[in-house]
Design a protein around this ligand. Structure first.
Ligand code: HEM
Length: 401
């Protein structure tokens, strides 16, 4: 789409430190313009109404390896992960990589894991009830996604603690990170790659979905062996930090809104779906997704140059008053959620693991509301921060009771 009379300069908003939190900063940006330059200089698109435009394949494409090159990474295990991943590819390559897996991760099939997820959540939660302060971030929120993905892949129970460490080390590589973090990230990515190789080269488990996925793709022949393994690594990485942080954020905000937590505890099965919708909107684990403009692009009169790296702030869009009534108000009874929750992105790369993530979040929160309704924060509240990609959290302790 060619710009019409667009000429307005995109304002630079480097004043993040002047605001109480990331949401207040984004609110102020939204009120100023539909697109602003973040402290990094990257244009961020802020409104709900512009998300679709930003995933139109005629005007933008997904970031490939440029994000890493920008950080000085042009080879090595982290580069291999990104280069082979569906998440960082475009067009036919992306369709080939995503194809077989989207059937496996369909909503109907993921429902089949609900009981297993609930059983795991009940076991973990019950083990902590009445035992004083506990590390919620590590011992529940971090444990569930790693265990579920391990189960899906057929990782033996004994390997899970080590597997988990590599996963969380490698995960940090897909967002922006400091050079001092790189050795640890590369170590995790290398170990995870070697582990997946050993899993695929070892005896095939009849029940594991990984066996079927690999067999089907080898027969079809549209992916190289490295690409097949790359998609498995992508799944492991994409489903871990995102869900861990979403669980923490949900519990943090539910306990802060005591009346709504009480309401949830009275009817957890009935309310688990709306609770998950609202907690993901209010303080999401993914703040934005990246795109590169293919041509000069107009956003409500502001022009983004062709070839620009852009952030689409779904975090801002989910507090956009044009899309949600009283958006800064946390309300588990809200009825204005759109059909497709923007927290999972949009377009061809929309989250492949949405169904699994929802099952995990719904069952873990329902388990907590049922088995630990008198829970309370223990220690400092967590600091959840970040404006790009997966956000970060410093710690979170709770007392389950
Ligand atoms: C609350 C949890 C989650 C959130 C908020 C989330 C969010 C997202 C978002 C925003 C994208 C799109 C990124 C883009 O367009 O650049 C994405 C892609 C993806 N997610 Fe998730 N995700 C979550 C959980 C999961 C889980 C549990 C899995 C799998 C086990 C998963 C697997 C993937 C994969 C494979 C992609 C890449 C899809 C593609 O490129 O075609 N995610 N996710």
């Amino acid at each position: 789409m060619k710009p019409t009379n667009a000429s307005r300069e995109i304002p630079v908003r480097a004043d993040l430190d002047a605001f109480a939190d990331d949401h207040a900063y984004l609110r102020s940006c939204r009120e100023q313009a539909p697109v602003v330059r973040a402290p990094s200089g990257v244009p961020i698109v802020l409104h709900f109404r512009n998300i679709e435009k930003m995933v139109d394949p005629r005007t933008t494409r997904q970031l490939e390896t440029e994000g890493l090159a920008f950080q000085g990474v042009t080879s090595g295990p982290l580069y291999d992960v990104v280069q082979r991943s569906m998440l960082f590819s475009n067009g036919q390559v992306h369709r080939n990589r995503r194809g077989g897996l989207s059937r496996t991760f369909a909503f109907k099939l993921m429902e089949g894991y609900r009981e297993d997820v609930r059983a795991l959540a009940d076991r973990l939660v019950a083990g902590h009830v009445g035992h004083g302060p506990m590390d919620f971030l590590e011992d529940i929120a971090g444990e569930i996604p790693a265990r579920i993905i391990a189960k899906l892949l057929g990782v033996p129970e004994d390997d899970i603690p080590q597997f988990r460490k590599w996963v969380y080390a490698a995960v940090r590589g897909i967002g922006f990170h400091g050079p001092e973090e790189r050795p640890e990230i590369e170590k995790g990515a290398r170990a995870l790659q070697a582990y997946v190789d050993a899993l695929l080269d070892g005896p095939a488990s009849e029940r594991s979905f990984i066996t079927r996925y690999v067999q089907d793709n080898r027969e079809e022949g549209s992916l190289t062996e490295e690409e097949i393994r790359g998609q498995i690594i992508t799944l492991i990485i994409a489903g871990s930090d995102t869900t861990r942080l979403a669980l923490c954020s949900a519990m943090h905000h539910l306990l802060r809104h005591e009346d709504q937590w009480r309401t949830f505890c009275e009817a957890p099965e009935e309310l688990k779906k709306p609770v998950v919708q609202e907690t993901m909107r209010y303080d999401p684990s993914v703040a934005s997704f990246p795109r590169v403009t293919l041509e000069e692009l107009e956003i409500d009169g502001y022009v983004i140059d062709a070839g620009s790296f852009v952030g689409v702030s779904t975090m801002s869009a989910m507090r956009d008053p044009e899309a949600y009534a009283d958006p800064d108000h946390f309300d588990i009874h809200r009825t204005d959620h759109p059909k497709w929750h923007p927290v999972f992105g949009a377009g061809a790369h929309r989250c492949l693991g949405e169904a699994l993530a929802r099952v995990e979040l719904e069952e873990v929160l329902a388990s907590l509301a049922t088995l630990a309704p008198n829970s309370a924060p223990a220690g400092q509240p967590p600091k959840i921060s970040g404006l790009a990609a997966v956000r970060s959290i410093d710690q979170m302790a709770l007392e389950l009771r």
